[in-house]
Design a protein around this ligand. Structure first.
Ligand code: NAP
Ligand code: F7E
Length: 324
């Protein structure tokens, strides 16, 4: 069988790095789109150097997308690139809309005109459910986004469905709930906690400022979730799927488990700093992945406590080695 080719936007991000590993393990030729930067670090994919092919492009530049599709001729396109941090979306709502919403249309247009046979995955988000209208959330739960990021992702979801229905593209929207790993960005709550717990344990700092400890999330492991993305593109029909663990936990539980892992009492170190409280909150997320289980044969392998402990252990090693 001919080698399959995949193009990943956002390959330098958390999910991009795990997806690239997964596709390589399946024998794919993997191409990644990267933004031009004054310093190319690409830390998350350093270990894949020589195994993947990187090309410059930007979601804001329609022609760069079409050129990349012409050059790489992918069978599958995974659109993971986005401005993905919710608080930044209140400070830079227009930029968030350009990347996270209109960027999807730019990619879909590029596919439609240059590579219509490619299968397309759009990285949609549980943030679209926001002020939830149903518990647990399924593929049929209506959206009520609570941030410019959530609004932009809702646009990305709808335009993906619209291009599937209008132009018969194989385009799917994966509605993924929070997923984390030792490669998670330091500003997201799980990694913020595990990294700072490691620093506190090693005597490098004393206190940890936090926002809303009552918020509830359905947290899974990024390595499990990229497998669901791939499975969606192997189906006979393009459909949308919720990917979640069907468990919800508070930020407080996250903090408790992380500090307990290193034998510390979180209440001696954590304080609430209003700077980390959001203008509008998503209070409760819990997804129902029944469709993914039935149709994709997908189930999460790593559960919440194991995930948090894995991240604390990894951060302890990193901080001891003087790394971030
Ligand atoms: P991430 O670590 O923040 O990575 C985002 C990626 O997008 C980075 O590679 C970044 O490149 C790239 N990017 C941003 N703007 C771009 C632009 N204009 N042109 C080209 N590339 C651009 O995000 P993640 O956690 O891996 O998430 C992957 C995707 O899934 C995102 O779309 C996110 O919104 C969505 N999602 C994530 C979760 C989650 O819990 N992780 C849940 C649901 C949906 P640089 O390295 O150059 O910044
Ligand atoms: O916040 C609360 C905060 O920033 C989780 C992105 O991947 O998942 C992610 O979005 C919760 C929120 O992720 C702090 O208020 C408390 O309720 O880790 P987060 P997020 O906003 O859920 C979705 C599915 C995506 O699609 C996004 O791209 O934790 N929280 N105290 C805090 N959050 C942060 N960041 N920092 C705090 O100090």
């Amino acid at each position: 069988m001919a080698t399959k080719r995949a193009l990943i936007t956002g390959i330098t991000g958390q999910d991009g790095s795990y997806l690239a590993e997964l596709l390589l393990s399946k024998g794919y030729e993997v191409h990644g789109m990267v933004r031009r930067s004054s310093e190319e670090k690409f830390e998350r994919i350093q270990h894949l150097h020589g195994k993947i092919q990187l090309h410059q492009g930007d979601l804001l530049d329609q022609f760069s997308l079409a050129a990349l599709l012409n050059l790489t001729k992918p069978d599958e396109v995974y659109n993971l690139a986005a401005q993905s941090f919710v608080p930044t979306s209140w400070n830079q709502p227009v930029l968030t809309g350009e990347f996270t919403a209109l960027g999807v249309t730019k990619m879909l247009e590029a596919i439609r005109h240059t590579r219509p046979e490619a299968r397309f995955y759009q990285a949609s988000s549980s943030e679209m459910f926001g002020k939830v209208l149903e518990v647990p959330q399924t593929e049929d739960t209506p959206f009520y986004p609570r941030s410019p990021y959530g609004v932009a992702k809702a646009y990305g979801h709808h335009i993906t469905v619209n291009y599937r229905e209008s132009f018969n593209l194989f385009a799917v929207s994966g509605i993924l709930f929070n997923h984390e790993s030792p490669r998670r960005g330091l500003e997201f709550v799980t990694r913020k906690v595990t990294y700072n717990v490691a620093r506190i344990k090693l005597g490098l700092q004393e206190k940890l400022p936090m926002g809303n400890l009552d918020a509830k999330r359905d947290w899974g492991f990024a390595g499990d979730y990229v497998d669901a993305m791939w499975r969606m593109l192997q189906q006979p029909q393009a459909e949308d799927y919720v990917v979640a663990t069907n468990e919800t936990h508070t930020v407080r539980e996250l903090v408790e488990i992380a500090f307990a892992r290193v034998g510390l009492d979180w209440e001696k170190h954590v304080f609430i700093d209003p700077a980390f409280v959001r203008p509008a909150e998503v209070d409760l997320l819990i997804g129902d992945p029944a469709k993914a289980k039935t149709k994709l044969g997908w189930e999460p392998k790593v559960r919440f406590k194991e995930l948090v402990e894995m991240m604390v252990d990894a951060d302890l090693e990193r901080v001891k080695a003087g790394q971030r």
